[in-house]
Design a protein around this ligand. Structure first.
Ligand code: SF4
Length: 227
């Protein structure tokens, strides 16, 4: 990637992020503390898309920080992808919340918020032009693949995403953090399978040949380390 191309992409992303910062299309545009546009390598081969910012992301204006973000970093390292080599964002750029009478709590984005924010996500994909899209969690996967998508039944399979980009879905790191014992071990195994599929697809697209499967790295994303 030429320096000029990288610079052009970074400028376009910065302009788009400024537009998001001004956006008030949804009510959550006014209740948020910060918009969370996305971050990472403007020339990334892998783009990860989560559901929406949570409390810590809203506070810091960055995607996937806190415990889930730390776990995601370890998951990426397990397939030899440092966080700074990928691009990370969400389906919506403002924190969806509801007021339980005492404090604002997280909720899933509603259909109108997803629709309002979709042009920003499509623009990110258009600018970055990733080789592979990884949807993290059911809401992100459904935003690409439709409301009937089942994360338990259909994760780990390849689909055609926006711009014809290969798209795969896996469980959200926050989901792993809620699990314990044998259930956690089983889900980690599935996530590891999905990560290996991403690594193989990236290697395949780059070289035309599938590279050998990565050595067992599942312990690298131990959820214990996030406690
Ligand atoms: S969620 Fe997206 S569309 Fe809605 S106010 Fe925030 S930036 Fe704008």
């Amino acid at each position: 990637m030429s320096l000029a191309e990288r610079s052009s992409r970074e400028q376009r992303l910065a302009n788009a992020a400024a537009g998001v910062e001004r956006c008030r299309k949804c009510a959550i545009g006014s209740s948020r503390r910060n918009s969370v546009y996305g971050e990472g390598d403007s020339c990334a081969e892998l783009m990860l898309v989560g559901e929406g910012p949570g409390e810590t992301e809203d506070l810091l204006g960055r995607p996937f920080v806190g415990r889930a973000g730390e776990l995601l970093d370890r998951m990426l390292l397990a397939i030899d992808l440092p966080r700074e080599h990928v691009y990370i964002c969400n389906t919506v750029k403002c924190r969806p919340t509801f007021d339980d009478g005492q404090r604002l709590r997280n909720r899933a984005p509603d259909p109108s918020e997803l629709a309002n924010c979709r042009p920003y996500l499509d623009e990110q994909i258009e600018i970055i032009r990733p080789s592979v899209l990884l949807a993290l969690g059911a809401p992100a996967a459904k935003s690409f693949l439709g409301a009937t998508f089942s994360i338990t039944k259909q994760r780990g399979q390849w689909y055609e995403g926006p711009r014809g980009t290969p798209l795969i879905a896996t469980f959200h790191p926050a989901y792993l953090l809620r699990m314990t014992g044998g259930e956690l071990t089983a889900v980690k195994r599935l996530v590891w399978d999905d990560l290996k599929a991403v690594r193989a697809k990236l290697d395949d697209l780059k070289s035309g040949d599938a590279a050998p499967a990565p050595v067992e790295q599942i312990d690298l994303f131990s959820t214990d380390a996030a406690d």
